[in-house]
Ligand binder design. Structure first.
Ligand SMILES: [Zn+2]
Length: 333
């Protein structure tokens, strides 16, 4: 099995020790059979030193892009104080998030991809897109963005800038709000894919595990795991259109039966599609820890499903030797 990891390099103790710290960590990963890391650029002060260490450890690198943390002056969703107050009262959260409908979002994210490829293109295997979507559907749909771009588009399509409570229930409104969000994010990813394609580099993405109707959603925390399609991340259509090279759903469910159901759904949705499928799995995520025996069960389920590529996430450094041993065992199969 080809095994990658999402690498948030918290093991780097200071920018000055980036090379030494990274080389030590990536050598351990490489010894366990890890062949690629998706490195969280937002945490990294010295990407040059990181890439030198990865080269010397023999591990391929894709740069993990996070729009909110990597775009300067990212256009955020615009909410009134009343909307924020209502969101807090009704959903117990005040969710702030970039607005992917704003033209600056697309322009700046594409420019960032271009600058990364210009600067590091000959030293990386590709770019990796995270959070290429809007935030949780309930927060975004019921507390609509009032930025000038959203207002102008609604004015064109509907004749009003902001919906009433009644409008929010109408099929025509639900359809067009969701469709225009999908259209903007799809255009952004198509632009980035043109760049990676021309540079001969891979474009992979961390995908929402729930494409459209997964039953796995763990009591559906309102700020949590939304269906991809309602958040503007229609990765099945992106795969068919050939604008993404590799899809890695973040399948972190702590219950094995749900993990396996999700895996089957991903295979069904992507059957015959153009993008490569890599199954994500976690040792630790916001959904909870995956004990080592359960971690092995997930690798086994991936292997049993005939999937030859997996990517491991941990919300802390993946340093536990038993997890590396499990990776080693499956990397050799
Ligand atoms: Zn907006």
């Amino acid at each position: 099995m080809h095994i990658s990891i999402w690498d948030s390099p918290r093991y780097i103790t200071s920018p000055d020790t980036t090379y030494a710290d990274t080389l030590a960590a990536l050598k351990r990963f490489a010894d366990a059979g890890v062949r690629r890391v998706l490195v969280y650029k937002a945490y990294l002060a010295d990407l040059d030193a990181y890439l030198n260490a990865a080269r010397d450890a023999g591990v391929a690198v894709e740069i993990w892009m996070h729009p909110e943390r990597m775009i300067k002056n990212v256009p955020m969703r615009v909410l009134t104080d009343a909307q924020k107050r209502a969101m807090r009262e009704n959903l117990d959260i005040e969710l702030l998030f970039p607005c992917p409908n704003h033209p600056e979002y697309r322009r700046q994210l594409v420019a960032l991809a271009k600058s990364l490829l210009d600067q590091y293109g000959d030293r990386i295997a590709g770019l990796h897109l995270d959070y290429l979507r809007s935030a949780n559907f309930i927060c975004c749909f019921y507390y609509p963005c009032g930025c000038e771009a959203c207002r102008a588009e609604r004015k064109r399509y509907f004749g009003f800038e902001m919906p009433s409570e009644e409008d929010l229930k109408q099929p025509w409104y639900i359809y067009k709000e969701t469709a225009r969000l999908n259209a903007h994010i799809t255009a952004t990813i198509a632009d980035i894919h043109r760049l990676t394609h021309d540079a001969g580099r891979n474009l992979s993405m961390a995908a929402r595990c729930d494409y459209i109707n997964s039953p796995d959603i763990f009591a559906r925390p309102v700020w949590g795991l939304g269906p991809a399609t309602l958040e503007g991340q229609d990765w099945a259509e992106w795969s068919d259109a050939g604008i993404i090279d590799e899809i890695i759903p973040m399948n972190y469910h702590p219950i094995l039966a749900n993990f396996t159901d999700n895996l089957k759904a991903h295979l069904r949705i992507l059957e015959g599609s153009k993008a490569k499928f890599t199954s994500g799995l976690a040792s630790l995520s916001s959904m909870g820890p995956i004990p080592i025996a359960d971690f092995r069960d997930r690798l086994q389920a991936i292997q049993d499903a005939g999937v030859s590529s997996a990517c491991v996430f941990s919300s802390r450094d993946l340093t536990g030797e038993e997890y590396l041993q499990a990776i080693r065992d499956f990397a050799q199969t």
